[in-house]
Design a protein around this ligand. Structure first.
Ligand code: MG
Length: 377
């Protein structure tokens, strides 16, 4: 199917920071996707926490499987809307590269540790990974990705940070936060695919872990609707078991995908952008219908209250926070405990922060044990 006029076009990319000849057989966005898949940071996602720590069970989502699910949902929607699937896939696979070990607990602690040294934020760190921290190419640091991929990776950014980025890269990926315009439609789509993915898989992981029950979930209207539909069609599922959960989630996912396609196609038609640049100026176009928006937000709030703030999750979280805090202090006091690239940096706190942010859960736990003699998990 041909690319829509409002889709990002790899042949008209705003380009890479360091000029490179085009690849003979791949589009610029395909090449970005391939570079991301081959990066070290991408491989580490397999041992990074989404909600449940990696060692808590083999079947829980990790950052890697989460990113693959975002890419799958994103591509599926992109094909219907005739957006660039390769760009969607590249952004989806890179969107969580900057996440610390131990999920949000790790990020919060690093932000505290860096309070007087420029702070820490995982979206900015994802950009930092693809721009600076991967060392694979002779001619430049980072992966030298296209502008359109980088703007998608920088999903959120404060105005102060945006001004800083814009001073280093005038008119670059920080600009839209100052001008209050949107990123390309592919980037907008990845944000929504992210939300659809984690809402659905956190229900699954929540039930699998025993922290969420069907009775609780049936109080969430979005889930209840599909749960009841699955039971009506297949009364045999009333005997319980995981099939009822999967049948409910599957229906919920499909309905959300169809909803985004319908609402977004209508928004694009109303705005009638002539090209990708006009689509950026037209406000957020990739969206849920108002009813699905409300239902998804309600589900998100439920997961926040019942799962992310569950005492058992909070308990592992507090141990994880201690690991990150004590690692930070140990490396700041003895930078030579880090590999030479990091130990030799003149910006000691930033180097410590980058080193810890790149760690997998299990490596952080091992390093913490090596440096403090304590076993936290
Ligand atoms: Mg994500």
């Amino acid at each position: 199917m041909s690319r829509a006029p409002w889709a990002s076009d790899p042949a008209h990319s705003r380009g890479r920071r360091f000029g490179e000849p085009p690849a003979p057989t791949r589009s610029a966005f395909q090449r970005d996707r391939d570079r991301i898949v081959h990066s070290t940071a991408f491989r580490r996602l397999v041992y990074k926490t989404q909600v449940f720590l990696n060692h808590e069970g083999d079947l829980f989502r990790t950052r890697l499987t989460h990113s693959l699910e975002v890419a799958q949902l994103g591509r599926s929607i992109a094909r219907s809307l005739r957006l660039d699937e390769d760009l969607v896939e590249a952004i989806a696979l890179a969107h969580d590269l900057g996440h610390t070990p131990f999920g949000h607990a790790g990020q919060d602690v690093l932000h505290d540790c860096m309070a007087r040294h420029g702070g820490f934020e995982h979206n900015l760190q994802s950009l930092r990974v693809v721009d600076c921290l991967e060392h694979r190419y002779a001619d430049f640091d980072g992966l030298n990705l296209c502008f359109e991929t980088r703007e998608g990776v920088l999903k959120r950014c404060s105005r102060a940070q945006a001004r800083h980025i814009d001073s280093l890269e005038p008119g670059g990926v920080g600009r839209r936060f100052l001008d209050r315009t949107q990123p390309g439609l592919e980037a907008q789509l990845c944000n929504l695919a992210d939300e659809i993915a984690y809402n659905a898989h956190d229900i699954d992981d929540g039930v699998r872990s025993g922290l969420l029950t069907f009775d609780q979930l049936r109080q969430v209207p979005l889930f209840a609707r599909f749960h009841d539909a699955a039971l009506r069609e297949h009364p045999v599922l009333a005997h319980g078991g995981r099939r009822l959960l999967y049948e409910s989630i599957r229906r919920m996912l499909s309905q959300q995908v169809y909803d985004v396609i319908g609402a977004t196609a209508a928004a694009i038609e109303a705005a009638a952008p002539a090209d990708a640049a006009e689509a950026r100026r037209a406000g957020p176009l990739v969206r849920f219908s108002p009813a699905m928006r409300a239902a998804s937000t309600e589900l998100k709030r439920f997961l926040f209250r019942s799962l992310y703030r569950h005492p058992q999750v909070m308990e592992t979280t507090s141990r994880a926070r201690r690991v990150v805090r004590e690692l930070f202090d140990a490396y700041v006091a003895s930078p030579n405990e880090m590999p030479a690239d990091f130990a030799g940096s003149p910006l000691r706190h930033r180097a410590v922060c980058d080193y810890i942010a790149g760690m997998t859960d299990r490596f952080a736990i091992r390093e913490h044990e090596r440096l403090t003699g304590q076993r936290m998990f």
